[in-house]
Write a protein that binds this ligand. Structure first.
Ligand code: FES
Length: 290
């Protein structure tokens, strides 16, 4: 039996925004019944076609797939399309108070449906892959070469999930995407992709960008927290949650072993130094209790 948080249970038992929107502006569909989970997301925009005023979903899947979809629709209502695009699968999991790692693929599915809906609405490139893979593909809009034949998952999609979530083992990749979770034939290739992503990350010199739009700044702050900070805290049983970004003020709440730790002030300064190094030199990190 999975250990679900009260928020996951609540969103599973009382899902918000179930159904469809007949005159939806954007629709994103991911997963397939052959893969065990499927999600169709509907978005309605305001008259300026900027803000999401309504979001609904239809999901076939387990408790965490339904809870993740419900959470996603609540999270994106009131956001602009750019703000919605900045929602990561980790944000969905955080909104729910966490998901068992084996169920993280449900949050990934939600984030992908959102991305597909917005990309398609904007007419941006989401090239369909080779039609021979259409049947049973979990992410039919994602380009690349199919790595996991059982779930129809491509290398481009796997690399994105590995990089975004700083995954380091094939087991984690299975938990986040399902790839490798059936026959296991693709696991050596998944390990190659992990090595490739780690190699690329090390080879890439990382410096502070000279100029950043507000949106890019927010995205980069989130990326540095996910990629550089949280994995470091996990090794000591700690964690943090991004609460808010207001200009250069970044508010974080420490979780698990870091919550209430006597040296959380030092940790906050370490986070600030890293963000100043990689995002912008005026960043101020504030610890909040939430
Ligand atoms: S090919 Fe990936 S699990 Fe079978």
């Amino acid at each position: 039996m999975w250990d679900y948080t009260p928020t996951v249970k609540d969103h599973f038992l009382n899902p918000r925004n179930v159904g469809d929107i007949v005159d939806a502006d954007a629709v994103g569909e991911v997963g397939s019944l052959a893969c065990g989970d499927a999600l169709k997301l509907f978005l309605k925009l305001d008259e300026n076609k900027e803000k999401i005023v309504d979001a609904k979903f239809q999901t076939f899947g387990c408790a965490s797939a339904i809870a993740s979809s419900s959470a996603l629709t609540e999270m994106v209502k009131g956001k602009t399309l750019d703000e919605a695009l900045a929602v990561s699968n980790q944000d969905i999991a955080d909104f729910l108070g966490g998901l068992p790692e084996e169920k993280m693929h449900c949050s990934v599915m939600g984030q992908e449906a959102l991305e597909v809906a917005i990309y398609k609405y904007r007419g941006m490139e989401m090239p369909a892959h080779d039609s021979e893979h259409d049947h049973g593909s979990a992410y039919p809009d994602y380009e690349g070469e199919i790595v996991c034949k059982c779930f129809g998952i491509t290398d481009a999609f796997l690399k994105k999930v590995i990089e975004t979530n700083a995954l380091t083992t094939a087991e984690q990749v299975t938990n986040f995407t399902k790839a490798g979770g059936a026959c296991g034939g693709c696991i050596p290739k998944i390990k190659d992709l992990i090595a490739q992503v780690l190699g690329e990350a090390e080879a890439k010199p990382r410096t502070r960008p000279e100029k950043l739009s507000n949106m890019k700044k927010m995205q980069l702050i989130q990326e540095v927290l996910e990629r550089d900070i949280r994995p470091l805290l996990w090794t000591d049983g700690g964690d943090l949650e991004l609460i808010d970004i207001d200009g250069s003020i970044v508010q974080v709440a420490f979780r698990k072993a870091c919550a209430g730790c006597a040296s959380s002030g030092n940790t906050a300064r370490m986070v600030e130094a890293k963000l100043r190094d990689l995002v912008a030199e005026d960043i101020i990190v504030e610890e909040v209790s939430q």
